[in-house]
Design a protein around this ligand. Structure first.
Ligand code: NAD
Length: 356
């Protein structure tokens, strides 16, 4: 199969981790007879430096004109002072919005080899953690009207949290379809005791649930969910929630599994094309030192093969390779513990590729 992948290396550790994911993809291409063409674009801080904006039109066009996008990470302290419209993160919002990527899938799975890296007690971790967070990505407070204006002699800031039925319906379908391929249980998270947008969310999710009688559906308030994720994460299969709640809960869910450097994500829309990226940022504190963990990016590439290219065997191959490398005791600094073997970012990529 021939696939064109738009590659955004980005800032900080972005170039280092993406290089390792491409190494693994090249190995897959060779083994299975595929051809992956990489079209590189600048987005984020490096694009601000080169073009004065974080998402040049040409870069965006290449995201629209490909089979999927692979992203490292963008941003860093160097660009903290720039105007908010051109901030590095604005590039991501722009790409998600233009590509219509309304569903963000973040698996949070505890690798048994890394149980010690979880901040939770062993008796909680031993029950296992394997959940999928399905977050609405282009609605809610992040995309509502933002304004700050003077009112009664002081500044007042507004961030409009709004959802239409169609936006809730389509993400609910994504969640139920995802659950069908896993444990057939969906927990829909909202704040329906306070927010109108949540009451509509709950109503529409219940309507969609009727189309999936084989999937169990229940509701949970967001504050309780934050608590349950640390108290008993094993209870969850698929969690579906709106943009802001999902942003916070998905970081919590991934942290209980150990290192943020292990976690992958997929952002999907109506068609098969998606954007794939690790959930962490550009980690400026360790950039350029060959210290980053590339596994989150490598597993994001595996998700691209599975969800966008329908290459399940190839995705399994990558996931098994990661497992094998962890079994052999190799660790980057973020997941290192006594008795394991510390390696750098590029060595970790070599090891995973060698197992393909
Ligand atoms: P971060 O995720 O970059 O880093 C948090 C901590 O985790 C740091 O100590 C870092 O060293 C560590 N870490 C992250 N990824 C790692 C990896 N692969 N291997 C080993 N350790 C890793 O979060 P931050 O420091 O809050 O943000 C840094 C920059 O990244 C900011 O400019 C932020 O806006 C940006 N950011 C970008 C994205 C994205 O591109 N999708 C997401 C989040 C943050």
């Amino acid at each position: 199969m021939n696939k064109t992948i738009t590659v955004i290396r980005g800032d900080g550790i972005g170039p280092e981790i993406v290089a390792e994911a491409l190494k693994v993809l090249d190995k897959i291409a060779g083994k299975y007879g595929h051809s992956f063409t990489y079209q590189e674009i600048l987005a984020g801080g490096c694009a601000i430096d080169a073009f004065g904006k974080s998402l040049p039109e040409e870069s965006l066009q290449k995201c629209l004109d490909c089979d999927s996008v692979l992203l490292g990470a963008v941003g860093g302290p160097k660009w903290d002072g720039v105007a908010k419209e051109i901030r590095p993160e604005a590039a991501l919002l722009g790409i998600r919005s233009a590509m219509g990527l309304y569903a963000n899938l973040r698996p949070a799975r505890l690798f048994p080899q890394l149980a010690e890296a979880s901040p939770l007690k062993p008796e909680i971790v031993s029950k296992g953690i394997d959940l999928m967070m399905v977050r609405e990505l282009i609605g809610g407070a992040y995309f509502g009207e933002h304004k700050t204006a003077e009112e009664n002699g002081e500044l007042r800031a507004h961030d409009d949290m709004t959802y239409g039925e169609h936006e809730i319906r389509r993400i609910a379908h994504t969640a139920f379809q995802t659950a069908r391929k896993r444990g057939s249980r969906v927990v829909s998270v909202d704040k329906a005791n306070v927010l109108d947008s949540s009451r509509l969310w709950r109503k529409v999710v219940h309507q969609v649930a009727e189309e999936y009688p084989d999937v169990a559906c229940s509701d949970m308030l967001v504050d309780n969910t934050a608590m349950q994720l640390v108290k008993n994460p094993a209870q969850f299969d698929v969690i579906v929630t709106e943009n802001l709640f999902g942003d916070i809960l998905s970081d919590e869910a991934s942290m209980v599994t150990g290192s943020i450097g292990m976690m992958a994500s997929a952002s999907l829309g109506e068609g098969s094309r998606g954007m794939y990226e690790p959930i962490h940022g550009s980690a400026p504190d360790i950039a350029g030192q060959n210290l980053a963990n590339p596994i989150g990016t490598i597993l994001s590439a595996a998700m691209m093969l599975r969800y966008s290219f329908d290459m399940a065997a190839e995705a399994d191959d990558i996931e098994q390779a990661v497992n094998a490398v962890l079994d052999e005791g190799y660790r980057t600094g973020d997941i290192f513990s006594e008795g394991t073997k510390k390696v750098g970012c590029s060595e970790m990529g070599d090891l995973v590729a060698a197992h393909i």
